[in-house]
Design a protein around this ligand. Structure first.
Ligand SMILES: C[S@@+](CC[C@H](N)C(=O)[O-])C[C@H]1O[C@@H](n2cnc3c(N)ncnc32)[C@H](O)[C@@H]1O
Ligand code: SF4
Length: 385
């Protein structure tokens, strides 16, 4: 089976950060040298356990802050990828924080086939960076961007956030313009999500600020206008890339790894808290780095839960995810991937979305409109069964 049907997409979660940001609910903890070392060895062990069924075309090291691993730890990981015959992916992304990028590290990444770096910028306003609990200054963003270019990276993504408490339209537009002027190949811009159990959520609950929905809409409009004017093509609610659009409607420099998620493809996930979707089974690793290491030290996978969704429920999820993309779902592709006809099973929600001006159907497929993309989460809910 493995030889016939290898998994071509690999996610690796690195659960360490220099400091925990006020808004972030990703599984990560403030780094501790000994645990990072133990994690690196455990990750190599986990990679060995799944290597025979992997032939990665896209690899994504996310976090947490993968750039926090030191040079020796990266060398260990690259050595394992090499030994197991897993180098050579067409797209290999590493997420980084501007405070932890160095020329040595970036050069090492590039030398082993990493060809895309995603850097968390969030804002270029010093006060907001402080407010968000970021460990870097705006100057570090510019410096790290230059470092990545000097190391040979010609495919860089920059992450921004908008609708941050205290962010005025003027501050947002200045950040956006300065970021676009850097000339990266890709930008991801997320509206702030108030995640439970984060300090920002507690501040909201305590009434320290209000959420202004109209302001968030205006900021999203500015985002769409300015990215288009700067030559980026939007291909998902929060994602914009340079390059010609292909037959699939997606710009050439889009993140192929993430497109595989939105199109419901299979992927392996390694590291604490990582999810995987392999041969119809969804699994999730323990969100506990100690426990993760212990399990792998005993030679076992560190899987907390396994779930097989009923086909229609899985298809509903795939409909919801795919509609986050500007290209929406071509009916034929949806049927090929899920076995269901979008027009038959979801006739009601589709008609509802068209009536609200959020969706548009043509002979080939269904997609959300500019207005609908702003409310993609609400639209997605309508497809879940
Ligand atoms: C794992 S982080 C990126 C890399 C690195 N850890 C960093 O922050 O610099 C992924 C991205 O998710 C976004 N993000 C995280 N929490 C968010 C939230 N609560 N609301 C909106 N965006 C969020 C941020 O833009 C962040 O850059
Ligand atoms: S946003 Fe990035 S740096 Fe901040 S806590 Fe989350 S993963 Fe860590």
């Amino acid at each position: 089976m493995a030889a016939i049907d290898p998994i071509t997409s690999l996610y690796v979660h690195v659960p360490f950060c220099a400091h925990k940001c006020e808004y972030c609910a990703f599984f990560s903890e403030v780094s501790n040298g000994a645990l990072m070392q133990r994690y690196t060895a455990a990750l190599v062990r986990e990679l060995e356990l799944v290597a025979s069924e992997l032939r990665p075309q896209t690899i994504f090291f996310g976090g947490g802050t993968p750039s926090l691993l030191n040079l020796a730890q990266w060398e260990t990981l690259f050595g394992a990828f090499d030994r197991l015959g897993l180098l050579g992916a067409a797209e290999w992304t590493i997420e980084s924080n501007p405070a932890t990028v160095s020329l040595d590290k970036a050069t090492l990444w590039r030398a082993h086939g990493v060809n895309r770096v995603s850097m968390g910028v969030q804002s270029l306003d010093e006060q907001l960076l402080d407010r968000l609990g970021r460990v870097h200054s705006r100057e570090m963003v510019f410096k790290s961007f230059d470092t990545l270019r000097a190391a040979g990276f010609d495919n860089i993504n920059l992450d921004l956030m908008f609708a941050i408490p205290g962010q005025t339209p003027g501050i947002w537009q200045a950040t956006l313009d300065e970021t676009l002027a850097l000339g990266s190949e890709h930008v991801s811009c997320y509206e702030v999500i108030y995640e439970e159990d984060t300090p920002l959520f507690e501040q909201l609950k305590a009434g320290e600020f209000d959420v202004d929905e109209d302001l968030a809409c205006a900021m999203y409009e500015a985002l769409l206008d300015r990215t288009a004017a700067a030559g980026f093509g939007q291909y998902e609610v929060a994602n914009f890339a340079r390059g010609q659009r292909g037959a699939d409607g997606v710009p050439a420099l889009a993140c192929r790894h993430n497109i595989n998620y939105w199109r419901g493809g299979s992927y392996h996930g390694l590291g604490p808290s990582a999810a995987a979707y392999v041969r119809g089974l969804r699994t999730k690793n323990w969100s506990n780095t100690q426990l993760y290491c212990e399990q792998l030290e005993r030679g076992r996978r560190a899987i907390e839960s396994t779930e097989q969704l009923p086909p229609l429920r899985r298809a509903g999820e795939m409909a919801a995810f795919g509609l986050r993309m500007n290209a929406g779902w071509p009916y034929a592709l949806f049927q090929e991937r899920t076995g269901f006809d979008l027009r038959l099973e979801w006739r009601g929600p589709m008609a509802d979305l068209v009536e609200r001006g959020w969706g548009e159907a043509d002979a080939a497929g269904f997609h959300l409109t500019r207005q609908g993309l702003r409310f993609a989460d609400a639209a997605a809910e309508m497809f879940l069964r």
